[in-house]
Design a protein around this ligand. Structure first.
Ligand SMILES: *[C@@H]1O[C@H](CO)[C@@H](O)[C@H](O)[C@H]1NC(C)=O
Ligand SMILES: *[C@@H]1O[C@H](CO)[C@@H](O)[C@H](O)[C@H]1NC(C)=O
Ligand SMILES: *[C@@H]1O[C@H](CO)[C@@H](O)[C@H](O)[C@H]1NC(C)=O
Length: 408
């Protein structure tokens, strides 16, 4: 009980004696201290009011003029209305959240899966062979040839064809083929990053650069932007996608992605959102609406589930500047050293909306927080460009640009 006695002595019981004494012999400086303290307290209070503006009835009396427009202001602060999720959504969101929070198992020999989605032969197999040469054990190749089984020239492509099905441009069969490739490549636990490529895609950097660029970041390079025009939400979104996919979440982007293992797992585990796109994002829907799942499904899914985990641009370059239905395809005479150098040095990604305003969205490509060239691959090239690209791959794609972390 010593302590409480001590408190009594020092505090409560002694206070009446101390106070009058102190007042009587108060030096003049004390008054100033009181005033300063009072002013400080008022200042702190006013700063607090400024930073956290008061709401409610009392504040309207005290601070008339600060947001006292209607009775609704006096009600408790409103939070944006939260939609009640369906059972299926609750389950899907729970699974996806857990996948994102579980780092993938680290294997001794992490590989990149190069997944080729092609109708038939691969005209640039020789180029890819040169690209892969000397990097055995750090990559794997998968080929989905939907029309005609290719005769392979490269040892890296022989016996790498997977079971394939017919693919119709713009239809869900395109997404099915992408999922089939992902599903098969996922079987190999060494595959940590997955790249989708077409028969007209070529590499524009050497293997080490590509490997480091994709493996030394937590990003998936999935193209994703908000286009409210006729070739975006306005012309392609269907309200049948409700409640799971809302208009505001509908996104667009190029189909050529790269994906980290966790994201591949999300794609493979998803049936809820996939079904929505399969049924309600297809060519020839009611009201002459044409939607293409391969340009919207992954884009919208990851925008909803992990917006910070995707880069929002594709690492596969394509030239849409002619504004035609198909992008520019390069002939042999187009493939100059300057063109290839230009493509490798672009460090801003550009998107146009399809409405009348044609808003340009121009963003710096940032890799682990640093501004870096955007592209690792490019399309579309005619087969006749093979020889000249073989020559350039040893020039523009080798040499200094080996480490993406170093700013040359
Ligand atoms: C990836 O994310 C993890 C966890 O958030 C972090 O520890 C790691 O440094 C990141 N890696 C890179 C290359 O950014
Ligand atoms: C991608 O865009 C979304 C918004 O649509 C944004 O939240 C996200 O941070 C962006 N990703 C990166 C890496 O900047
Ligand atoms: C390369 O870029 C420069 C500067 O942007 C441009 O003037 C030139 O026409 C480009 N060359 C090719 C072949 O694209």
């Amino acid at each position: 009980m010593k302590k409480s006695q001590e408190w009594q002595r020092l505090g409560i019981s002694d206070l009446p004696h101390i106070m009058p004494t102190a007042q009587r012999h108060r030096p003049p400086i004390k008054g100033t201290v009181w005033i300063i303290t009072l002013i400080s307290l008022i200042s702190i209070f006013l700063i607090g009011v400024y930073i956290y503006p008061p709401r409610g009835y009392l504040s309207c009396y005290v601070f008339s003029g600060i947001g006292c427009k209607s009775i609704s202001e006096w009600l408790p602060p409103s939070t944006p209305p939260v939609r009640e999720y369906t059972d299926a959504e609750i389950a899907a969101r729970g699974v996806i959240r857990d996948i994102l929070q579980t780092p993938p198992i680290q294997t001794k020999t992490p590989k990149i899966a190069f997944m080729f989605l092609t109708p038939g032969p691969l005209p640039f197999e020789k180029l890819w062979d040169k690209f892969f040469d000397g990097h055995e054990g750090r990559f794997s190749v998968y080929v989905h040839a939907s029309r005609e089984t290719p005769v392979h020239l490269s040892r890296y492509f022989v016996n790498r064809d997977i079971h394939s099905e017919k693919v119709v441009w713009g239809k869900i069969s395109m997404v099915d083929a992408e999922r089939r490739l992902l599903g098969l490549a996922f079987q190999d636990p060494d595959n940590q990053h997955f790249v989708l490529l077409s028969d007209t895609c070529v590499p524009i950097h050497n293997f080490d650069y590509v490997y480091n660029y994709l493996m030394d970041t937590n990003m998936s390079f999935i193209d994703c932007y908000d286009d409210q025009g006729p070739h975006g939400s306005a012309g392609r979104y269907s309200e049948h996608m409700l409640p799971e996919v809302e208009y505001k979440d509908f996104r667009k982007g190029s189909q050529w992605f790269t994906m980290k293992r966790q994201h591949a797992m999300i794609v493979l585990s998803d049936s809820l959102y996939y079904e929505k796109f399969k049924l309600y994002c297809r060519p020839g829907m009611e009201g002459n609406r044409n939607c293409y799942s391969d340009e919207h499904y992954f884009q919208t899914l990851f925008h909803m589930m992990d917006p910070g985990g995707i880069a929002n641009w594709s690492v596969t370059y394509v030239d849409w500047s002619e504004r035609k239905w198909h992008p520019k395809a390069y002939r042999a005479q187009d493939c100059t050293y300057n063109l290839m150098k230009n493509i490798t040095s672009i460090d801003e990604s550009i998107h146009f909306t399809s409405d009348e305003r044609q808003i340009l969205m121009d963003r710096a490509c940032t890799w682990n927080g640093m501004k870096r060239p955007c592209y690792l691959f490019a399309r579309k090239f005619f087969p006749e460009t093979l020889d000249i690209l073989m020559h350039y791959l040893t020039n523009y794609a080798t040499g200094r640009n080996i480490d993406p972390t170093v700013d040359y």
